[in-house]
Design a protein around this ligand. Structure first.
Ligand code: MEV
Length: 432
């Protein structure tokens, strides 16, 4: 392993030190410069909040928070907060969101927020398996006290079933719970663990593990749009016509359905939007990613999500996937950044947020495909990339945009160009 000698080997009891002590250790070991310190190790509430959220906290990582403005979703104007480090993701979402809004916007729908958990049991003989299969009422009764609060809010127990898993010779006993506005991991994991003694007794087997599935198969949301080819044509780069672009977008979605190598990137683009919204609202983006990719591989081949078709004089797009978004619980109830993002969205419930996520994912995909099948994606990245180079060369404030503008106009995109342009500007307007 290649590392430099500034590598931080912190004391064994690092996690037992208090926040202040841990931060002092980091300062002493790494001697962060002022930018590193103010970004990653800010004083005050961000770090204190981090300390109650994870073990061994020292600070925070401030991802850019942008807003994809101008979406129309189910007739409502929506501006979508997105936390993401990649340039052009927010711009691309905004572009496609505004474009689709011109054609009436996105229509969305979502299933009820049902999550499932499994208790895996080994050593279950035939009689034990029959007892498990007949255990639905006892399972519901065992869970009733735990799920009473959810029941009152319209959620609660929804189903129970079991199956044999051939390879490892295990039995899977499975429950479904409508978790309302929660992500559901705590509820489902607690419920599965609460069932362990009952299921072991009934089956005569031994539980290997009790855990929810992140597949979230029954918690899907979908978005669709229809856009006239004339409107699409007005958004196409110069030299491109709407009908040709639409046909190429349809072909690109067929390609993503047929070639797993393309599907991975196609889906990554969709998740650019969805994961950014998940991060902005402090949702569990790993769970959402896992569910999306598992859904993409549900028939045994990994395929691109979403589909497009030309119908009459319109390009129609559709996207459906599991979207286990929450609006309460976990970091969501605790973190001011989550509160702000949800307020920007008008405080949707969990299914409402999932519907917004579906529209955002589809917008992100449309923007990517439109760029890919016409001029390519690199040219759209130029200005933001130039701004990064300008910042790294030392430009700050208004100088970042000026340097980036000149770089984009000259078509020069290297760190040395950024430095040279910054020096030219400094000569023109020397700092007093
Ligand atoms: C880049 O982050 C995402 C894209 O590669 C998605 C795609 O290829 O569809 C542009």
């Amino acid at each position: 392993m290649k590392t430099d000698d500034k590598r931080s080997a912190f004391p064994e009891d690092f996690r037992r030190r208090d926040l202040q002590q841990r931060r002092e250790l980091v300062l002493a070991r790494l001697g962060p410069d002022p930018d590193e310190r103010s970004c990653s190790l800010p004083d005050g509430s961000p770090s204190e909040l981090a300390d109650v959220m994870v073990e061994s906290a020292i600070g925070v990582v401030p991802l850019p928070l942008g807003v994809a403005c101008g979406f129309r979703i189910d007739g409502l104007r929506v501006d979508i907060p997105m936390a993401v480090e990649e340039p052009s993701v927010v711009a691309a979402a905004s572009f496609a969101g505004r474009l689709v809004a011109k054609g009436g916007g996105f229509s969305t729908r979502a299933m009820e927020p049902v999550m499932s958990a499994q208790v895996y049991l080994s050593g279950v003989a035939e009689a034990g398996y029959s007892a498990l299969q007949a255990a639905g009422r006892e399972v519901a009764a065992t869970l009733a006290p735990m799920l009473a609060g959810l029941d009152r809010r319209g959620g609660g127990f929804r189903g129970y079933r079991c199956a044999r898993i051939a390879g490892p010779a295990l039995v899977r006993a499975e429950i479904d719970v409508d978790v309302r506005d929660a992500m559901g991991a705590n509820i489902l994991n607690s419920a599965a663990e609460a069932l362990r003694p009952l299921l072991e007794t009934l089956s005569g087997g031994r539980a290997l593990m009790c855990i929810l599935t992140n597949a979230a198969l029954e918690r899907r949301a979908a978005a669709s749009f229809s856009l006239t080819l004339a409107e699409l044509g007005r958004a196409c780069p110069p030299g491109w016509e709407g009908p040709e672009c639409a046909d190429r977008i349809v072909l690109a979605s067929q390609l993503a359905a047929a070639d797993p190598l393309r599907a991975v990137t196609h889906n990554k683009g969709i998740m650019n939007g969805i994961a950014s919204l998940a991060l902005a609202t402090m949702n569990d983006y790993r769970a959402i990613e896992a569910a999306a990719h598992a859904w993409a591989a549900r028939d045994g081949s990994y395929r691109g999500l979403g589909s497009y078709r030309v119908e009459g004089d319109c390009l129609c797009g559709e996207l459906e996937l599991p979207l286990p978004f929450a609006t309460v619980g976990g970091a969501l109830s605790l973190h001011p950044s989550a509160h702000l993002a949800l307020r920007m969205l008008g405080n949707p419930d969990a299914t409402g947020l999932a519907r917004i996520a579906a529209a955002l994912g589809l917008a992100q995909n449309l923007a990517a495909l439109l760029a890919l099948v016409t001029t390519g994606i690199q040219s759209g990245h130029m200005r933001l990339h130039a701004a990064r180079l300008a910042y790294m060369a030392g430009a700050r404030g208004a100088a970042v945009r000026r340097v980036a503008g000149i770089m984009a106009a000259r078509g020069s995109l290297s760190p040395s160009d950024a430095e040279a342009i910054l020096a030219e500007l400094a000569e023109e307007e020397p700092v007093p």
